[in-house]
Design a protein around this ligand. Structure first.
Ligand code: SAM
Length: 402
């Protein structure tokens, strides 16, 4: 079937309508005329793939990655970086207008660094002697020898593993942001452990440590952080500093006393801003994160921060007299209980770091005793449709919740 693509959706897919039903087409750009094959049909929508490009968009570029459209990792390889950034900025503006009734001009711009070699973490899957990434929406392994968006050290490890006889079900590779340290966790069996022992600062095979080190260290700004294999760490090796600096700017401009750092991971943001506030409490439900957060507190000689290992929604009702709350939840955003207690706690400012603009917009709408000062977009995940945003929310004077 021949169709014309009308626009892009929030996931970077082309949109057209077939008999008034919306149809999402992978790897299709506005104004392109394409022959499609329907791959899924529901009552509400269709999904399709392109069989043939009849008229291509002038915006389409040659795809650099040999695994493009196969591995399921990056879905914006067919547009240039400028267009990708424009797409993400406009997407956040549209979402804020549509779901939070916000003036799109409150979205102040997009910050970006490198398009390639930015990832400090990669998970590979294996079967028999193959090691690679899953084909989109399947468990089929696409063997890879190089990942364009990953740090060079990650690609070095992939090559070593590919040249070794093995039977591995999973490999997690993490590097420090300056690419000097590498940590590898293998589940399965591998022939030549000695080569890996030489290359890795931390090597774990089937949960056994083969190195004295159990963590790697990374600098962000003036702070040092360690992370273990199971801990959360922002995956962009240069832009994380810009993200944290944006938070810092909004902590420094007033004297805040009591601060909550919710969904704190390894304590990175709280520690980053600690010298500008009186006291901070970080909360995260992951034990490994909180263990590392406590080590990070010591590593940086910080005395005014403490961490709680629990779900935010279990603890949020225990706080009052808080003047600043920083939140950085997973994609699902904030749950209703947390939002209601945030409104009750009524801090002067909420700094919301978000990896999903749709849940951010929903939460901004629900936090209706706050007004948005501004939102900034960070392209932390180039070549994919994902982006990070920071929203600065200020208490509306005179508004009392309840
Ligand atoms: C996007 S990460 C943010 C981490 C940190 N702020 C950073 O910049 O590295 C989200 C964190 O939320 C934690 N998390 C997810 N759901 C949670 C919940 N209900 N309660 C507490 N922590 C949660 C995860 O363990 C993860 O560390």
């Amino acid at each position: 079937m021949k169709v014309e693509v009308l626009k892009l959706d929030n996931f970077g897919r082309g949109i057209t309508y077939i008999n008034d039903k919306i149809c999402f087409i992978e790897n299709a750009l506005p104004n392109e005329v394409v022959e499609i094959e329907i791959t899924k049909e529901t009552n509400k929508f269709l999904e399709a793939k392109v069989d043939k490009y009849i008229e291509k968009s002038p915006l389409r570029i040659e795809e650099e990655c040999p695994y493009s459209n196969v591995c399921g990792g990056c879905n914006l390889n067919h547009i240039c970086f400028n267009d990708e950034n424009r797409f993400k900025l406009n997407k956040v503006k549209d979402i804020m207008k549509k779901y939070a009734s916000l003036d799109p001009n409150l979205v102040k711009g997009i910050i970006y660094h490198d398009r390639n070699s930015y990832r400090n973490k990669l998970i590979l899957h294996g079967k028999d002697n193959d090691l690679g990434l899953y084909k989109e929406n399947t468990n089929e392994i696409i063997p890879i020898n190089n990942c364009l968006i990953s740090n060079p050290k990650i690609n070095e490890i992939i090559k070593v593993l590919n040249n070794t006889s093995k039977e591995i079900s999973e490999v997690i590779i993490k590097t420090s942001n300056d690419n000097s340290k590498v940590m590898v966790k293998i589940t399965g069996n591998i022939d030549n452990i000695d080569i890996l022992k030489e290359l890795c600062d931390v090597l774990i095979i089937n949960n056994e440590y083969y190195t004295d080190n159990h963590v790697i260290e990374t600098n962000i700004g003036s702070k040092k952080y360690i992370e273990g294999i199971d801990s959360f760490f922002q995956i962009n090796n240069t832009l994380t500093k810009e993200l944290y600096d944006e938070v810092l700017e909004n902590v420094k401009d007033k004297k805040f006393n009591n601060v909550l750092d919710l969904y704190c991971g390894t304590g990175t943001i709280g520690i980053y801003v600690s010298e500008y506030v009186t006291e901070i409490i970080g909360i995260d439900y992951n034990k490994s994160n909180i263990n590392d957060a406590n080590k990070n507190k010591e590593l940086n000689n910080i005395n005014n921060i403490s961490f709680i290992c629990d779900k935010v929604e279990n603890k949020i009702n225990e706080f009052n007299d808080i003047d600043l709350v920083i939140v950085d939840p997973p994609r699902a955003g904030l749950d209703i209980k947390t939002k209601n207690y945030l409104k009750e706690i009524n801090p002067e400012r909420i700094i919301y770091v978000s990896c999903d603009p749709i849940t951010l917009a929903r939460d901004i709408k629900d936090l209706d005793t706050y007004k948005v000062n501004y939102i900034k977009v960070f392209n932390m995940f180039p070549r994919t449709y994902h982006c990070e945003s920071i929203a600065i929310l200020e208490k509306i004077e005179g508004e009392v919740y309840g």
